[in-house]
Design a protein around this ligand. Structure first.
Ligand code: GLA
Length: 382
């Protein structure tokens, strides 16, 4: 048994005072390379699964209960396993776990009485998909060895977040957590839910930098963006009924859209093009073009989609001022969380020192750095 599997097994046995050997599951967080706020518009995204992951140890109990303990929150919850389908959201972290159980039960899966020990190594609120990795790892634990199609698994985890946790997110985070590939990014088509593995050039290091801020605005702003994109689709569809989502729209049709929805739609349409251009540049090994697309994506998110913030902008500006940085951009939903940076190999330390010093001086906050090595998707590990 390797590190986390052994840790989780021991922690499970101590917490539940048992000798049982639990099954241990892992589901990774992610960093999105490009294709931001395109998933719920049925466009393209290009994330990688991280080494950082959420782990769940699970074993049956004889109490008829679904019990879970979160090491991160140091809190437990307990529900009657047989009646879980009628559970209501409670408005706290446990909704991400309970929501998965409720969705599985509604799909007709019996929720078996299990004890879960949950330990996430994905920084909470850092924009690296701590919630999706939690949902997916819990779903595997609750399935308890029963088979489920992988796309169905990603959709179910997303539904837990949409319908139970009340966050109208797209499919990207759950999908990459399920399908992640060691050594590759995935270009995901969020309309037909297929993917293509994207090999990244060897001569680049990817580093995520955490602003360590999360502005309150995030949740409402996300909902507003979803609605504004929908308004843009409706405006275009009045003239072009074939347009069902911004995936179907093009820049010429933007004249039919007014006000804020126009800027939002412009971001989404150009961002989808940037994903395709990024994948092509990656295949050619054209790192400067990949970096240029990163920066263009950031500016579009900053000015048209308006989901960036001072801290993210500062990290991007500082990064791209370094001659060994190909490009940088915010990643994830925005309003805090992380940037993702493409840098020349061997310059990681210099990058860290420079960015750390500048950011601390400006905001009096210590940023945190995560070297990114694309990892595999969710699985049972012990
Ligand atoms: C959050 C959501 C994703 C996606 C990104 C923005 O991470 O969970 O579905 O919309 O924001 O690209």
């Amino acid at each position: 048994m390797d590190g986390p599997a052994r840790d989780l097994t021991e922690a499970f046995q101590i917490h539940y005072r048992t000798q049982k050997t639990p099954a241990v599951y892992r589901a990774p967080g992610r960093v999105n390379l490009i294709g931001e706020h395109t998933d719920y518009n049925l466009g393209f995204v290009c994330p990688v699964a991280l080494e950082l992951a959420c782990y769940v140890a699970a074993a049956p109990n004889e109490a008829g209960k679904l019990r879970f303990y979160s090491r991160n929150m140091d809190e437990s919850r307990e529900f009657d396993a047989a009646s879980i389908a009628s559970l209501e959201p409670s408005g706290d972290w446990s909704d991400y776990v309970a929501g998965v159980a409720v969705m599985l039960a509604r799909e007709g899966f019996e929720i078996r009485p299990l004890d879960l020990y949950i330990d996430s190594r994905v920084p909470q609120g850092g924009g690296l998909s701590s919630s999706a990795s939690l949902e997916v790892s819990v779903a595997l634990a609750l399935l308890d060895g029963r088979e489920m199609d992988k796309v169905a698994l990603a959709k179910l985890a997303r539904r837990a977040e949409n319908e139970f946790a009340g966050m109208p997110c797209g499919i990207m985070d759950q999908y990459i957590s399920v399908f992640g590939r060691r050594g590759a990014a995935l270009k995901i088509d969020c309309r037909d839910l297929s993917f293509e593995a994207v090999a990244l050039p060897d001569e680049v290091e990817i580093v995520a930098v955490n602003t360590m801020v999360k502005h309150e605005l995030g949740g409402t702003a996300y909902r507003d963006r979803v609605a504004e994109c929908q308004a843009a689709v409706e405006a275009i569809a009045r003239r072009h009924p074939g347009v069902k989502s911004l995936r179907d729209a093009n820049l010429n049709q933007l004249d039919l859209v007014g006000g804020i929805p126009k800027k939002r739609a412009r971001h989404v349409i150009t961002e989808n093009e940037r994903v395709e251009a990024f994948v092509a540049a990656s295949a050619r090994g054209d790192l400067w073009e990949m970096g240029r697309l990163f920066v263009a994506s950031h500016y579009s998110l900053r000015h048209d989609y308006e989901v960036s913030c001072e801290e993210l902008d500062f990290l991007v500006d500082t990064a791209v001022a370094q001659p060994y940085v190909y490009g940088a951009r915010m990643t994830g939903g925005g309003f805090g969380g992380c940037t993702v940076n493409l840098i020349k190999p061997g310059r990681g330390e210099e990058f860290q020192e420079t960015v750390h010093r500048a950011y601390r001086e400006r905001f009096r906050i210590e940023p945190v750095f995560y070297p990114v090595a694309p990892s595999d998707g969710a699985a049972r590990i012990a």
